[in-house]
Design a protein around this ligand. Structure first.
Ligand SMILES: [Zn+2]
Length: 420
C-alpha cells in the first residue's frame, strides 16, 4: 500500500495555491491514516507561519548581502519584514507583466534579480516607469526583494548554473569576491587563550577556504594601569601591571564580525579587552564573479556557439573571433560581464561567454586573442528563476517553512532579432 494519491488540483493560471495543497494533504491524510496525521499537519502550519523576514534569511544564508558589489542594492526594497508570507514569485525583472503575474498568483513577495530601486529616488510619481512599478507593488501589498550580485558571486549561484548549462566543467570563480575580511588581534592573559579562542571559532571566526579553527598565537607582555573606578581582573587600581599575555590573531568575515566581537567580550576575562580589528585587502577566491573551467573536449567556436544557443534557448548570438578556432578553456558571466575580459584572458581562457558586449569590448578581445560570445543579457541570466526557486524550495523545506515558490513565466527578452 502506497501513500494516498492527491486529488487533481486545477487552476486557471500556472500558480498553485500553497494553502489548497495543504488542505488537500490534510483531508486525504485524515481519510487514509486517521486523525493523528491530520492534527500533526494542522499544528505544523500554525506553529511555523512564514514571514517576509524568514524568506530574506533563506536568501541571505547562501547569498549574503556582503557578497554584493559595493555599487549594488540588494535585499528587501519594498515591504514589511514582519508581514506573513505564503507564496513568492521569482523573476529576472520587476515589470508591469511581473506585477500582473504576481497579483494573479496572489503572492506576497517577488524575488527579482535586477533591483527595482537602484539609483537614488528623488520622487515617486506615476510619470516615472520605475516609480509606477513601486506604487503598484506597494498598493498590492507585494514585497520586493533583490538578489543581484550576491546571487552572481555566491557558491551554487547564478554563474554556477550558467557554467553548468554551458557544459563548463570544474568551474571556479573568475574574479574573487570583494567580501570584506577582517584580521582580529586580541591580547589574552596566559591561561585564558583556549576559552577565548573557542568562543571566537564558535561565532564563525578562523575560516580560510576549506580550513577552520585558523589562528596564530605569540607570547608577550602586556601593560596597563587600572583606573580608580575599575574592577580589574589582574592588578590594582592606580598601579601598573605587566601580565604575561598571548597575542591571538584570527580572521573574521564581514557577516559574522558583530557576533564574534560580542562573544569575544563575553569570553575574555578582562573588564576592557584590548583588541584590534583590521580591514583586509584579501579577496575570497572560493566565491566571486564569473566562472572559468574547461569543456570536456575542444570544439570550434562556431560549433560551440550553436551548442550555447541551444542550451540557453536563444536564436540570437554574436561572435567575436575566428569561427574555426578551437576553444576549450571557457569563462562565462551572466548579464554584462565584459568587465571580466582581461581577467579571462589573464587566466588563459580561449573564450568568454556573456551579454551586453559593446564595440570596443569586441575590439579589445580581438587584440587580446580572446574569443567572445554575446548570448544576450536576458538569455544568460533568466536561468536564475529556476535555479533560485529550486534552491529555496530545499532550504524552506529544511526549515519547515510552508512557502510556495512560483517561477515567473512572464519574463521576455526586450530585444527581438530579425534575420533579413
Ligand atoms: Zn543582469
Amino acid at each position: 500500500m502506497g501513500p494516498p494519491s492527491l486529488p487533481k488540483v486545477t487552476h486557471e493560471s500556472n500558480c498553485t495555491a500553497a494553502e489548497d495543497i495543504f488542505n488537500l494533504v490534510i483531508k486525504e491524510s485524515a481519510t487514509a491514516t486517521g486523525k493523528l496525521h491530520f492534527l500533526f499537519l494542522g499544528s505544523m502550519k500554525r506553529r511555523n507561519p512564514a514571514r517576509i523576514q524568514d524568506l530574506i534569511g533563506l536568501i541571505h544564508t547562501d547569498y549574503p548581502p556582503a557578497l554584493a558589489e559595493d555599487w549594488d542594492n540588494v535585499g528587501l526594497q519594498v515591504g514589511d519584514p514582519a508581514a506573513p508570507l505564503e507564496r513568492v514569485l521569482i523573476a529576472l525583472d520587476v515589470t508591469e507583466a511581473t506585477l500582473a503575474e504576481a497579483e494573479s498568483c496572489n503572492v506576497q513577495a517577488i524575488i527579482a534579480h535586477h533591483p527595482l530601486i537602484f539609483r537614488p529616488l528623488k520622487s515617486v510619481t506615476p510619470l516615472d516607469p520605475n516609480s509606477r512599478l513601486l506604487m503598484r507593488a506597494i498598493s498590492a501589498n507585494i514585497a520586493i526583494i533583490a538578489a543581484h550580485t550576491n546571487l552572481d558571486c555566491g557558491a551554487d549561484g547564478l554563474n554556477d548554473w550558467l557554467a553548468t548549462r554551458l557544459g563548463i566543467e570544474d568551474a571556479q570563480p573568475l574574479q574573487g569576491a570583494a567580501l570584506p575580511l577582517y584580521k582580529l588581534v586580541v591580547y589574552v592573559p596566559v591561561g585564558h587563550q583556549q576559552a577565548v579562542e573557542s568562543a571566537l571559532f564558535a561565532a564563525g571566526a578562523g575560516t580560510i577556504g576549506a580550513y577552520d579553527h585558523c589562528s596564530f598565537a605569540s607570547a608577550g607582555t602586556g601593560r596597563f594601569r587600572p583606573g580608580a573606578t575599575s574592577t580589574p581582573f589582574i592588578g590594582t587600581a592606580g598601579q601598573d601591571s605587566t601580565p604575561a599575555e598571548i597575542r591571538l590573531e584570527t580572521i573574521v568575515s564581514a557577516e559574522c564580525v558583530t557576533k564574534v566581537i560580542d562573544k569575544l567580550r563575553k569570553a575574555h576575562p578582562y573588564e576592557e579587552p584590548a583588541y584590534d580589528l583590521f580591514l583586509l585587502q584579501n579577496r575570497r577566491n572560493d566565491l566571486g564573479l564569473g566562472r572559468i573551467g574547461r569543456l570536456p573536449q575542444a570544439l570550434s567556436l562556431h560549433d560551440y556557439a550553436r551548442q550555447i544557443a541551444a542550451a540557453l534557448g536563444t536564436n540570437s548570438l554574436r561572435l567575436v573571433g575566428d569561427p574555426q578556432r578551437l576553444v576549450r578553456k571557457v569563462a562565462c558571466c551572466g548579464g554584462s560581464g565584459t568587465s571580466l575580459l582581461f581577467a579571462a584572458q589573464r587566466q588563459g581562457a580561449d573564450l568568454l561567454v556573456t551579454g551586453d558586449v559593446k564595440y570596443h569590448d569586441a575590439r579589445n578581445a580581438l587584440d587580446l586573442g580572446l574569443a567572445l560570445v554575446d548570448a544576450g543579457h536576458f538569455a544568460t541570466e533568466v536561468l536564475m528563476v529556476a535555479g533560485l526557486a529550486g534552491k529555496l524550495r530545499v532550504a524552506a523545506q529544511a526549515r519547515q517553512l510552508p512557502v510556495e515558490f512560483i517561477e515567473s513565466t512572464s519574463g521576455q527578452d526586450p530585444f527581438l532579432s530579425i534575420i533579413p
